[in-house]
Write a protein that binds this ligand. Structure first.
Ligand SMILES: [Fe+2]
Length: 191
């Protein structure tokens, strides 16, 4: 949105929020410090399709299960459409991003590897889904590894995590924007 020069900044900010465009930053957290689970920080750079030029203004909308494998409160069926742990970030001119969270658990009683979902969008690119998996997950097998890794994002979906000196799991994934045809299959985010 355009802000008129004389308009007080607070009115301008309020108008931006009302327009559904709150100010986004490139470093965010999906959880409060009290959220149960093992701390996890993922960072990287989002590039244009050339894989070299940082993508400015790219938005990652992230959501995931909690440390018990639920999107909503345990026992609720609301599930993925209303995830409790979610947040958006937006890159600056360097394309860098970082989000801190807790390690998601796999869905209870299923064999889907633990994962973090994201929708990626950027000026000139339609929104599409990507996903993060984690090396060492018992549900990643020789049979499904290639398929999991070859999903969108421009780089392998399965990332390696290492614990830092403070016990925080850390992983890196750079992303490369793609022109994905908008086919109506991308889930509409309600948050
Ligand atoms: Fe999921």
């Amino acid at each position: 949105m355009k802000c008129i020069f004389l308009l007080p900044a607070v009115v301008c900010a309020l108008a931006a929020v009302q327009a559904g465009q709150p100010h986004l930053t490139s470093v965010i957290s999906l959880t409060s410090p009290q959220e149960p689970g093992e701390r996890l920080i993922i960072s990287g750079t989002i590039y244009l399709p050339d894989g070299v030029t940082p993508a400015k203004g790219a938005i990652l909308a992230l959501w995931q299960t909690d440390a018990k494998g639920y999107y909503a409160e345990e026992g609720e069926e609301a599930g993925e459409e209303h995830p409790r742990l979610h947040a958006r970030l937006q890159t600056g001119s360097d394309g860098k991003y970082e989000f801190s969270t807790i390690k998601p658990a796999p869905y209870p009683h299923r064999t889907v590897p633990a994962h973090i979902h994201a929708h990626i969008s950027a000026p000139g690119f339609s929104e599409y889904a990507i996903i993060y998996y984690f090396e060492g997950d018992p549900f990643i097998t020789a049979a499904n590894r290639n398929k999991l890794n070859s999903y969108r994002g421009g780089t392998p979906s399965i990332i390696k995590l290492e614990r830092d000196a403070a016990g925080v799991w850390r992983g890196t994934r750079n992303l490369k924007l793609e022109h994905v045809p908008s086919d109506g299959q991308t889930m509409q985010l309600r948050w």
